[in-house]
Design a binder for this molecule. Structure first.
Ligand code: PGA
Length: 264
């Protein structure tokens, strides 16, 4: 209701943006396993064009995954990107390297990067800008930890992370935001559809304030955190939830296929 005059239907609101179902494999699957899993998921995704299907895979799996995804409607993404074009950054990967390997999407600011690898709002912003400059679609993750939710500051935390991640980014046409409450990631605890919708709506409101309502309406905002074949339909039915970023359930073709079906 926020950004429409009159009373638009849920479908009218959702039609302003693309649903994106993205898998985040994290540190799972070797290249040969990746090849088989991409092929199995591509089979499930065939003909399901109401959403984009993206698999974000470990760097070393990218060539095998890209090869296996050829001629299918599965796109391959990376799980992170460095912000410099090249140089003495041992262990890092540049956006140009990803592009040359056939990658179309990249995740930045995942909570595991923030928690375990010292990622800050500033580096998330730099990584997002580097991905965008190279022509990648960037999935920016934001989300509160349990103590923040319990203290009632979820809106403040997520708004701040969103603003800092988007600082200096003028064009959001290649940006996707993933709302991932940290307490729901890999824990089997899922935000209720209402909680997910509420916070995705808060993010949309922040974007409307920073840019304009049209930009906010067009932005894909995913929910992530223990989304699976059982709860996806209810979450995806919410007006502000435009897809999912899926960890555990993206490692099983059947479960991920069922999530893709729920998005049709
Ligand atoms: P999960 O992970 O689906 O296993 O909770 C989601 C994510 O980390 O993106």
């Amino acid at each position: 209701m926020l950004f429409f005059k009159g009373t638009p239907t849920k479908k009218e609101m959702k039609d302003t943006r693309r649903t994106v179902i993205a898998g985040n494999w994290k540190m799972n699957k070797t290249p040969s396993e990746a090849k088989a899993l991409v092929a199995a998921i591509a089979e499930k995704a065939a003909g399901k064009d109401a959403c984009d299907v993206v698999l974000c895979v470990p760097y070393v799996d990218i060539p095998a995954a890209v090869e296996a995804a050829k001629g299918t409607n599965v796109k391959i993404g990376a799980e992170n990107v460095h912000f410099k074009e090249s140089g003495a950054y041992t262990g890092e990967i540049s956006a140009q390297m990803l592009v040359e390997c056939g990658v179309s999407h990249v995740i930045v600011g995942h909570s595991e990067r923030r928690q375990y690898f010292g990622e800050t709002n500033e580096t998330v912003n730099l990584r997002a800008k580097a991905g965008l400059a190279a022509g990648l679609k960037v999935i920016i993750c934001v989300g509160e930890v349990l103590e923040e939710r319990q203290s009632g500051i979820t809106a403040e935390i997520v708004s701040m992370q969103t603003k800092l991640a988007l600082a200096g980014i003028e064009d959001l046409s290649n940006v996707i935001i993933a709302y991932e409450p940290v307490w729901a990631i890999g824990t089997g605890l899922t935000a209720t559809p209402e909680q997910a919708d509420e916070v995705c709506g808060i993010i949309r409101g922040v974007v409307a304030g920073l840019y304009d309502e049209k930009t906010a309406e067009a932005l894909t905002i995913q929910y992530g955190g223990s989304m699976n074949d059982k709860n996806a339909a209810e979450l995806l039915a919410k007006v502000n939830v435009d897809g999912g970023l899926i960890g555990g359930a993206s490692l099983k073709a059947d479960a991920f296929g069922a999530i893709i079906d729920a998005a049709q």
